[in-house]
Design a protein around this ligand. Structure first.
Ligand SMILES: [Zn+2]
Length: 303
């Protein structure tokens, strides 16, 4: 009997540890360098951008518990996305999503869908952009860049860090990176910097070594913080509650720095309370993004 109880306790502890626990430290001292990013935007010259638009490249569905630890079996609607900041001296594109080949390998659900039209608009937007960046170097954020139809046309527009560039070869068809990408010069994104009027970027390693957030301020005064995959669902921010540990062992080839990400999730929660008018923009929460489009806070499709 004691052995049985010991086994049950052991299993229970495992379930808790791997699936149920998403807790974040209460007194996390993590701080996003927002003041510094705002200072860079304040000091920049040139007119602020006029609009922020989104392309939804693909949609999929998974149980919410994949994004938000706990017994949440209701569906989480997820999207891969790319964002376009409309500027006077050309647009800034943030996020390269993935191509249909990588999508097919990675889809979770029968109802998953890929939009060729959206992908083509994203590629056209990136190729015409002033600069194209990514929030981090995972397959669903940089895969579309790696597998773009004309790498030579896109390469001059890319603004990627060394760790982001380093992840590209593993996503190339047959592992063979396009010639135009082999000579990419890494951008120094190791400290906050201004990308264009109204757009600042700052490193936030944790989810991946090359993870970063971008602050966008439109000429309306509305600000957005693009947070990539620090969380997948806005519910993570609302509840200050992270992903299940189990995911680290299934999804991520290189495990994320969970302790750091949990501190960031707590900081995002605190930020959302302190600054309710700042719009947080995760890459994958389709319902949240749809809500922003419906509220005219995000433009639908690249223009
Ligand atoms: Zn992602």
């Amino acid at each position: 009997m004691r052995v049985l109880i010991a086994i049950l306790v052991f299993i229970g502890a495992g379930v808790y540890w791997f699936i149920l626990d998403g807790s974040t430290p209460k007194n996390a001292d993590y701080e996003f360098p927002l003041a510094q990013m705002r200072g860079l935007i304040d000091a920049g010259d040139g007119p602020l951008p006029t609009a922020l638009n989104v392309e939804i490249i693909s949609t999929d569905e998974a149980p919410l518990l994949a994004a938000h630890a706990g017994l949440h079996f209701e569906p989480f609607h997820l999207a891969t996305t790319s964002f376009q900041v409309k500027g006077d001296n050309g647009d800034i594109i943030i996020g390269g999503a993935l191509d249909v080949g990588l999508f097919d390998i990675n889809k979770q659900n029968k109802a998953a869908a890929f939009s060729n039209d959206a992908f083509n608009r994203m590629i056209a937007g990136m190729t015409a952009s002033h600069k194209t960046l990514v929030t981090h170097e995972h397959i669903d954020h940089i895969g579309g860049i790696v597998r773009a139809p004309d790498p030579a046309a896109l390469a001059p527009h890319l603004m990627l860090s060394a760790s982001q560039i380093g992840a590209m070869a593993s996503l190339a068809v047959n592992g063979e990176l396009a010639a135009a990408y082999k000579t990419l010069q890494p951008a120094d994104l190791s400290s906050p910097r201004l990308v264009a009027p109204g757009v600042a970027v700052a490193p936030t390693p944790g989810h991946t070594p090359g993870s970063q957030v971008l602050l966008v301020r439109l000429n309306s005064g509305q600000e957005y913080l693009l947070i990539g995959d620090l969380v997948w669902a806005m519910k993570n921010v609302e509840k200050a509650w992270g992903r299940p540990r189990l995911l680290q062992y299934i999804f991520f080839d290189d495990r994320e720095d969970r302790a750091e990400v949990q501190r960031q999730v707590r900081a995002l929660h605190d930020l959302s309370v302190a600054e309710p008018s700042l719009i947080l923009l995760p890459s994958h929460d389709k319902d949240w993004i749809d809500g922003l489009v419906a509220a005219d806070k995000l433009g639908e499709n690249f223009q």
